[in-house]
Every structure is written in C-alpha cells, then in structure tokens.
Ligand binder design. Structure first.
Ligand code: UTP
Length: 238
C-alpha cells in the first residue's frame, strides 16, 4: 500500500567528512535510495547545515554576538546544502528551495521531491522537518544523523550508553532537558531535538524515527522494506 507522504531530515554531520570536505559519495548514495520510492507519493527532504554552518556561526558570533544573525548563516548554508542534493537529483527534484511554508505549498503542486533547508532563526532543521511534516500531514519523519538514535546518555562520551528503542514525547522532553540542564539555545547548537521540535512532537501525531546515516543500510531497510526497528522511535501512539 502507498503511504501518502514522508519527511526526511538528513543531518549536516553526514554531508561533510572529518576534513570538512563534501561527502559526495554519501550524497549520491542517499539520493539514489530516495529516488526510488515505492511507498510514497510525496517526499520532502530537509537538509542540515553541518560543520560548515557551525564554522560560519562561530566567526559571526565573534564579530557581532547577534544570535539571530548567526542563525541566518546556518539557514543559508543549509539551503546551499539542499541545492547540492537538488543538483544530484536533477529532474526528480523541485528545482528551488522553498523558504517558507507557503513556498512549500507551491512546490508541492508538482510531483517531485522537495528539498529544504532552514526557515527562520531560533530553531534547528529538525524543527523545520517537524513543521513541514505537521503542515503536510505526514505521519512519519525519519531523521538521519551521526548516532544510532536516542541514548540514555551521550554515546559519544559514554561507552555504556544504551539505545532507547521507543520513547514518548513526554519522556523524550524530560530526557533532553535533564541532559542539557536546560535547553541549549545558541545558534549552531540546537542538537537533535530543540524546544520547537519537542513542542511539535507533543502536539502532533507524527512518529519520528531516528537512525544513523553513517551507513545507509538501516535507512535502506526502512525505505524499501518498511522496517521501523532501525534506531529510536518517538511516538505517542499506544
Ligand atoms: P542544524 O543545526 O539544524 O543543522 O542547522 P545540522 O547540522 O543538520 O544539525 P544536526 O546535525 O542535526 O545537529 C544549522 C543551524 O542553522 C540555524 C541554526 O543556527 C542551526 O543550528 N537554523 C536552522 C535556524 O536558525 N533556523 C532554521 O529553521 C534552521
């Protein structure tokens, strides 16, 4: 059966290698998987800013201390990254990057994959992905990042961090607030879930799947076979 629509967020961390070079192989591998979409009528991909966005933000912050201005650099870089994927996808993709939900509505009139970056200051591209999913009534959002899902502690710092396979929005909020001792709100640092994204998960019925995109095998299983056990599922459905 065809599912109507889906939103994918590809984290900026996957687009660049350790030397900050563009990971062209990853981009083409990812796009080749998405291009063949047996199950979806409408696909929106939100692309993150990655290390390049953070480099710009760091410099702008040292010049101005204006967080909103820093955010706009992150937004611009994520849009450039989205254009990179459009250039690979060619006629499978809508040629422009929508800069607002209204522009997304217009892009959606065409039967093509739509690529987006950031929308407005004060949030992450994960929030954009959730805003888009809510707006187009997509039941699912899949987030590809550089860790295997949500863990009980930071897997990059603790070897004994345990993957949480299922979590509801209330427990996710508690976990993230506890971990950050408050929600970090600086440009470039809205890690996996920021305040806006947590709010949208809470009020919507969207199931969010978080998995590693370092190796695309799990994503392939999700995409081609509908395997949902690929990392963490955030859902309030019983
Ligand atoms: P992200 O931090 O969301 O991209 O956007 P990312 O690199 O994919 O992040 P990870 O890998 O999920 O952690 C880059 C920056 O762009 C600005 C923020 O400063 C954000 O940190 N941004 C992005 C906005 O201000 N508004 C948006 O709607 C999106």
């Amino acid at each position: 059966m065809k599912e109507k629509s889906i939103v994918i967020k590809i984290g900026g961390s996957l687009l660049f290698d350790m030397n900050h070079n563009i990971n062209a192989q990853k981009i083409s591998d990812f796009c080749d998987i998405v291009k063949k979409h047996p199950n979806y009528d409408k696909i929106i991909i939100v692309v993150g800013g990655g290390i390049i966005a953070r480099e710009y933000i760091q410099i702008v912050r040292s010049f101005t201390q204006n967080e909103a201005l820093c955010d706009t650099f992150g937004i611009d870089i994520s849009r450039i990254n989205a254009r990179l994927l459009i250039s690979y996808l060619g006629s499978s993709a809508y040629p422009l990057v929508p800069k607002s939900i209204e522009e997304l509505s217009i892009a959606n009139l065409q039967n093509r994959i739509v690529l987006m970056g950031g929308l407005q200051p004060g949030q992450s591209t994960t929030s954009v992905a959730l805003e888009v999913a809510e707006y187009i009534a997509a039941p699912k959002l899949i987030i590809l990042t550089d860790v295997g899902g949500i863990y009980n502690k930071d897997p990059k710092k603790f070897d004994d961090a345990r993957l949480i396979e299922h979590i509801n929005s209330a427990d996710l909020t508690k976990l993230i607030i506890k971990r950050k001792n408050n929600l970090q709100a600086a440009a470039g640092e809205y890690r996996i879930f920021d305040t806006v994204s947590l709010q949208i998960i809470k009020r919507s019925n969207i199931s969010v799947f978080i998995t590693s995109g370092l190796n695309l095998e799990k994503f392939k299983r999700f995409w081609n076979q509908g395997d949902e056990n690929i990392g963490t599922i955030v859902s309030d459905k019983k």
